[in-house]
Ligand binder design. Structure first.
Ligand SMILES: Cc1cc2nc3c(=O)[nH]c(=O)nc-3n(C[C@H](O)[C@H](O)[C@H](O)COP(=O)(O)O)c2cc1C
Length: 213
């Protein structure tokens, strides 16, 4: 049997984060479990599209489905989601490559971040927030409740009121469907307990890597 190592539940004393709050999600820094990357779209007050990359998204299997987001308190996504009560969680495929990071670079308030990032807005089926046409699946949500779970971090629960996906994800063998989804996993900078150092962040996928990312 493999040797089991008990894990510290918070960063060892004396370890310095590179930025405040970096160790708040400590176990994600210790274990390379990977978090699927979503693009969260909301409507700005001036009607333009705001986009956030979000890896702390959880789609639960209950009916009607619930989708949970962990979002930073000061960001535009939380402000818009609470004001409008709506958002879309778009599954960002690995084939989008660098383009998905454009939305982080274009982060001024009231900017049309979809257009500025060279992405295409598709109207939601049930909510005013747009779908990202280049994404491969979309969960349209209405706000259920939100709660501050740590200083500056909110957990937001939404009910999925409409869902859509590319046809290729719904047809073919399981392997073909997984390949069509082409999901990207984010591995935040990993902490090495032996050296007490952080190693750079990584991305992973279920299919072999290509030159796109
Ligand atoms: C791979 C990746 C994952 C991220 N995950 C989250 C997340 O789960 N929650 C969050 O609030 N910010 C997350 N961010 C940071 C936001 O995407 C970034 O700060 C964004 O520009 C803020 O958007 P907003 O002000 O429009 O909400 C992530 C960034 C990257 C690159």
């Amino acid at each position: 049997m493999n040797k089991k190592i008990s894990l510290p539940l918070s960063a060892p004393p004396g370890t310095e984060p590179e930025w405040p709050g970096q160790f708040d999600s400590w176990l994600c820094r210790l274990l390379p479990v990977g978090l699927p990357v979503y693009m969260i779209t909301t409507k700005n007050e001036n009607g333009t599209d705001n986009v956030q990359l979000n890896a702390w998204t959880l789609l639960t299997g209950r009916a009607p489905a619930e989708l949970f987001l962990m979002v930073l308190w000061g960001g535009h996504t939380l402000r818009n989601a609470l004001r409008t009560g709506e958002w879309v969680a778009n599954v960002a495929p690995r084939s989008m490559g660098d383009r998905m990071f454009e939305v982080v670079r274009h982060n001024q308030p009231e900017t049309d971040e979809l257009a500025a990032s060279g992405l295409t807005a598709l109207p939601g089926e049930a909510v005013a927030a747009s779908r990202v046409a280049e994404a491969v699946a979309h969960f349209e949500c209405r706000l259920d409740w939100h709660r501050e779970i740590a200083p500056g971090v909110a957990l937001v629960a939404g009910q999925v009121v409409a869902a859509s996906a590319d046809q290729a994800i719904l047809e073919g063998t399981p392997e073909q469907r997984v390949n069509a989804l082409d999901i990207l996993f984010y591995l935040p900078s990993l902490f090495n307990l032996a050296s007490a150092r952080l190693d750079g962040e990584r991305y992973a996928s279920l299919t072999p890597p290509d030159a796109g990312v």
